[in-house]
Design a protein around this ligand. Sequence first.
Ligand code: NAI
Length: 338
Amino acid sequence: MFSRAAVRSLTASRAFSTSSRRETKVAVLGAGGGIGQPLSLLLKSDPLVSSLSLYDIRGAPGVAADVSHVDTASEVKGYAADQLDAALEGAKVVVIPAGVPRKPGMTRDDLFNTNASIVRDLAAAVGRAAPDACILIISNPVNSTVPIVAETLKKAGVYDPRKVFGVTTLDVVRAAKFVGEITDKNPTDTVITVVGGHSGPTIVPILSQTANAKGVSGEAYSKVVHRIQYGGDEVVKAKDGAGSATLSMAYAGAKFANSVLRGLNGEKGVVTPTFVKSPLFEDKGVEYFSSNVELGPNGVEKIHPIGQLTAEEEKLLEACIPELKKNIEKGKAFVSQA
Ligand code: NAI
């Protein structure tokens, strides 16, 4: 999962000074959960992570003790429910998979009532204890939790739009896998840009911009687009009440965290889709949008435009915009009404 360039960049930073290693402390909030546990394990094996701080309202010290035996250089520490600020101290990257997952029949928006306040309170703590950190939000509904984090940080006077990210990587991972399956190509060679947001109709895969995918048409096209948009439901249904995607999400979360860390370490050309404060559809009232983003030493370096779309993709985008706008406004209203 970790590129040679990632390993090289760590080696280089070690050669220059040991203090740069200390700068890569990563905190996971919700580390005891279905995503949090395997995500913590994967972060433990990322050479760009020098210190791992695991927090949850239950179970994090146990997960930390377990993960800490893995034979990589990073240190791991677990924190109990009343140790949130200590867990965040010095963190450069904070990953948030805290909150409840879906059960069969639920949409991501159905999680809003429970997860909105969890995410708001965690964001307030990051604003207090690690105001310079990049925040990677996994907790659903991402289309609303990202504005919740942004508005909370604004209230605290520490909002930097370059450092707040909604993690949409699982949609990108699914797109590569599902299209790779129907085109008989290796998913690694089928990287597809997915734009918009992270829920059913707001997930807009752009197959036309990938050589191995642009030939997909007709019924095969409609089917695979639907599968990318609703792939999460397959997992929710198969788990039959025991939650939603955890292992593939942990993989996607670790992959995205590695991209952010490579950008922070000064690697050039790290580009991936993520849901951020974006000018692309501001004229349509959409403040946050996922598109290809170049990552750098301060988080977001450059937001790429979405490029040329086919008529079918334009239609998907048309369906995405009003739903996304509604989700974003709901998140913003939650913080302003508090
Ligand atoms: P889970 O229920 O297995 O784990 C959630 C963890 O959060 C639990 O350990 C719980 O104790 C902890 N938690 C609850 N309140 C907390 C707080 N105030 N502070 C710290 N920890 C707290 O759920 P799972 O499956 O790990 O999912 C977590 C979230 O990720 C859900 O909202 C889910 O919808 C979302 N998700 C997002 C995806 C994405 O693509 N962005 C994909 C799959 C899930």
